[in-house]
Design a protein around this ligand. Structure first.
Ligand SMILES: [Zn+2]
Length: 296
């Protein structure tokens, strides 16, 4: 087994009560250590996307590392992951009632992982997220990544439905619809604090589901993605600047990340990651009581 996996526990029950040196009873989630794993990789858009949810439909772009780029916020990614993770847990236990955003139980695996604030038994309970998805930026410049008018016309003819927009409200005006093209590549760094093998297994399954569901604005089916993991590390020696400078994408959308492979130690093999993901059902069964806790 890889050194990284070797070092982390299989599961931690963050709801477990611990007594501190001052004789105070605290749930384990509040006794944070500074262990983390960073998952480094890139996401490629599989279809058209519109990330912005603002009224004016303007595109989220920012000047960063030498060009104007589309940015894809960590919060958006995390929101999709949280819902996907919740859906996975529900598949294994239909009675599981925890639901984002209005019915967070604050006592299940998802709540101890993605955090939240809620009124529980008459008092406010707050949990900080152990998942930090950082905001990522497109490799391609915004000009190359955003669909222009000519391309939009071709697209509309190919797929009339796309011009309808959400619930048919937007009548396909080329002036109000801005879309990001397929093959736009977003390197990402996702951080898991106090990581466990179960976290990683859930993360892998969650990312796969999130990608299939898509990251487009609410109500649209746009923005499905695929994810390539380049490394899982316990340091942050690699930055977004490295990723944006060293990952190359050609006109056909072929990604070349070999320069990252040279500087990152892929200490977990693809096979190990697959095995980990496949061990998820067994782990859910094994830790069922800790994952779901009190169902009422
Ligand atoms: Zn919950």
């Amino acid at each position: 087994m890889s050194e990284i996996l070797d070092k982390i526990p299989e599961y931690i029950d963050f709801g477990e009560k611990k007594t501190t040196a001052d004789d105070e009873e605290l749930e384990k989630i509040y006794l944070r250590e500074n262990n983390y794993l960073a998952v480094i990789g890139y996401k490629t858009l599989e279809d058209f996307a519109r990330f912005t949810s603002s009224e004016d439909l303007s595109m989220d772009t920012i000047e960063y590392v030498g060009k104007d780029r589309i940015y894809f916020t960590g919060l958006k990614r995390r929101a999709v992951y949280r819902r996907a993770s919740e859906a996975i847990l529900r598949e294994y236990l239909s009675d599981y009632k925890c639901a984002t955003p209005d019915h967070q139980c604050m006592d299940c695996y998802n709540c101890y992982t993605y955090g939240g604030t809620n009124l529980v038994k008459g008092e406010t309970k707050s949990i900080r997220s152990r998942m930090k998805m950082t905001t990522s930026y497109s490799i391609q410049s915004s000009i190359d990544a955003i669909v222009d008018e000519d391309e939009f016309h071709i697209m509309v003819h190919r797929d009339l439905e796309m011009a309808q927009g959400d619930e048919g409200q937007e009548k396909g005006s080329i002036h109000t619809i801005t879309l990001i093209k397929p093959n736009t590549v977003f390197p990402f760094i996702d951080i898991i604090f106090n990581p466990t093998k179960f976290d990683l297994a859930m993360y892998l399954e969650t990312v796969e589901r999130g990608d299939a569901e898509g990251y487009g604005s609410k109500g649209s089916l746009l923005g499905t993605m695929s994810t390539e993991i380049l490394g899982i590390v316990d340091n942050l020696d690699i930055t977004y600047k490295d990723l944006l400078k060293k990952i190359e994408v050609d006109e056909e959308g072929e990604v070349d990340a070999s320069k990252i492979d040279e500087i990152i130690d892929m200490s977990i093999s693809k096979e190990e990651l697959e095995d980990l993901k496949h061990s998820l059902p067994k782990m859910i069964e094994k830790y069922e009581d800790e994952i779901y806790h009190d169902l009422n």
